[in-house]
Design a protein around this ligand. Sequence first.
Ligand code: DGL
Length: 257
Amino acid sequence: MNNSPIGIYDSGFGGLSVWRELYRALPDESLIYLGDGKNCPYGGLSVQQIERFAIEAVEYLLERGCKMIVVACNTATAAAIATLRKRFSHIPIVGLEPAVKPACKLSKTGRVAVLATESSLRSEKFRRTMKLYSGDVEVVPVVGRGFVEAVEASQEQSEATRLLVANVIEPVIEQGVDVIVLGCTHYPFLRSVMRDVVGNRNVAIIDSGEAVGKRVQSLLERYDIRAEEEHEPSYEFLTFADEDYRERLRMKAFGEE
Ligand code: DGL
């Protein structure tokens, strides 16, 4: 048993989609969320830059006594997870991967799309995941250009965002894709706009939230570091940006923004 917090890290607001999943699935666990904010978006940065930011973020969370780290960012996972695990080998570190395997199983048309950032899609890690799980299914990589910026600006419901999303996913659906994988943790915040664009066509939209929840749960068991049942959890929000950003993180986590 261990009542220390789980640290959750993302470039900004995106990892809050994972935070919400952990908050729901692990009600006894204290959570510390770090949304970088200062260097967001990561999607167009080099591997070296992202690695540097990720190391700084994990060090910051470990200084606050975290017992486990969840890199709730596909881009940082693709660029830095191996380095992080080598450098901080004393602590379990969970990464985010696009749900290519379940998507390929689910597809009836034999064509799925993975929506992610440019950096994630050009990574070696993404190529490996695709090769490992796609089998006969064709995986179409698609950059969600502008999506992260829309979420960071809390513009999920605006007309401009609806247009942006439609321009990206319409052509994908026209290609016969019947499963869209959200391979960036910011994108689940655009799910309702995406569902609007999809309308009554038979297209599933899936993310990795639930799988991460299960993975975290199983590692807590394996390392015997679960919080006690009567433990009163705390929820803290940190950022490298400013106080206003920190408050927005807290509000978005609890669905108040
Ligand atoms: N939320 C991040 C991801 O899952 C990255 C977004 C960004 O900073 O570009 O990929």
